[in-house]
Ligand binder design. Structure first.
Ligand SMILES: Cc1ncc(COP(=O)(O)O)c(C=O)c1O
Length: 407
């Protein structure tokens, strides 16, 4: 018989103790608390449209709430009509056919991210993760037992990784590569040629592609919509497509996303979901169905506003000495490099990292931004321009004034 350990057992599992809180939500919560206490905080932290969900979607949801059929459980993988609408929308927007059976409706895009990694990653598998990356990816990879392998692309390469970098990171344990275009946090958009090259590389080496397309409709400056599975159709058998209604239709609170995958993966994810959460709230599913079945005019109006705000924010940020500000071509984030400010002193504090800078901005200018540390590397700030023109003018104006003091 082995010796019985007398060490006290930890209360929280090692697996969950290792999860860091979502840094973007932490910044947002800090800013909201200050605001609630009466401070005139301008928040550039949150990643959500400031618009209300379009009326016709809300009205469909109200009607759905009154229908007793929606008061009951529905299939765990999603209502058939919504899965069909996702397939039709994918054909309309991405140009390729998917079977509605290969769609799982999830509780927001976030649950699709979690389930995608849970479905294909085994203990010890490596997932190549282009950085800067969205905060949730590395946590979901680790929760699945995998190891995120960061491949960094800075402002000098437009925050886009090359195939040569991916190949240098590939080992025999590489299971998948994550693609997020348009990108959170950088706003970078891969061209069709770049995505084709990544898709062909993945195909050649048997690497799965997990492609997060949640910002697909938020493109500017003539950036082309590009979908890796449409560009490299043979990838379909080793690709998982993630998407949702949150960003496109200003529906972050409704919690509807989806994943599209080969049928064995779909089955595994459905089994997981049947134990984890079952069906997404029926009222939300009907709202998503209404959004996806309608046209894209509301999206176009919102995109126009984001575009105007994007240019205003970039223009004002470029007025700050020490910042390098690439023009984002997608999503709703600016991602300046602040490396030129590191080492300077501001109101008695040495700016030794972007985290310090973000704290100084909140403390002295009452402006909330997310430091690059949240996305894998210090030296950057993420500012969301999904807020009013007046907020951008006021908030970035305050940053200009404060940072002019850094010497
Ligand atoms: C890149 C990316 N993917 C997925 C999501 C998930 O969105 P939701 O869970 O709100 O649908 C987000 C939200 O911030 C995101 O930025």
């Amino acid at each position: 018989m082995g010796a019985v350990s007398t060490a006290p057992r930890s209360r929280v599992s090692a697996r969950l103790s290792a999860i860091a809180p979502s840094a973007t939500l932490v910044v947002d919560a800090k800013a909201k608390a200050l605001k609630a206490a009466g401070h005139p905080v301008i928040g550039f932290g949150a990643g959500e449209p400031d618009f209300a969900t379009p009326d016709y979607i809300v009205e469909a949801a109200v009607a759905a709430a009154k229908d007793p059929a929606n008061h009951k459980y529905t299939p765990a993988k999603g209502m058939p009509a919504l899965r069909e609408a996702v397939a039709a929308k994918t054909l309309r927007d991405s140009g390729y056919e998917v079977c509605p059976d290969d769609v799982v409706i999830t509780n927001g895009g976030k649950q699709a991210v979690y389930e995608a990694f849970a479905a294909i990653v085994d203990l010890g598998d490596e997932v190549i993760l282009p950085a800067p990356y969205w905060v949730t990816y590395p946590e979901c990879i680790r929760l699945a037992g995998g190891t995120p392998i960061e491949v960094f692309a800075g402002a000098d390469q437009g925050y886009k990784v090359t195939v040569a970098q991916l190949e240098a990171a590939r080992t025999e344990r590489t299971k998948a590569v994550l693609v997020c275009s348009p990108s959170n946090p950088t706003g970078a958009v891969y061209t069709p040629a770049e995505l084709t090259a990544i898709g062909q590389w993945a195909l050649e080496h048997g690497v799965w592609v997990i492609t997060d397309e949640i910002y697909e409709h938020l493109l500017y400056d003539g950036a082309q919509a590009a979908h890796i599975v449409a560009l490299v159709p043979e990838l379909a058998d080793q690709a998982i497509v993630l998407n949702g209604v949150a960003k496109t239709y200003a529906m972050t609170g409704w919690r509807v996303g989806w994943m599209i995958s080969p049928s064995d993966v779909t089955k595994a994810a459905t089994n997981l979901q049947s134990h984890l959460s079952s069906n997404v709230a029926n009222v939300s599913q009907v709202a998503a169905l209404t959004a996806l079945s309608g046209d894209l005019s509301a999206v176009h109006d919102m995109r126009e506003a984001f575009d105007r705000r994007r240019l205003l924010m970039v223009d004002m940020l470029r007025g700050i000495d020490g910042l390098v500000v690439p023009v984002p071509q997608g999503a709703f984030y600016a991602y300046p490099s602040v490396e030129g400010l590191l080492g300077r002193t501001l109101r008695g504090t040495v700016i030794d990292s972007s985290m310090t800078l973000a704290n100084l901005a909140l403390e002295h200018a009452e402006v909330a931004v997310v430091p690059g540390e949240a996305f894998g590397r210090s030296g950057y700030l993420r500012l969301s321009y999904a807020t009013s023109d007046a907020n951008i003018a006021e908030g970035v104006g305050r940053l200009q004034q404060l940072l002019a003091e850094a010497v």
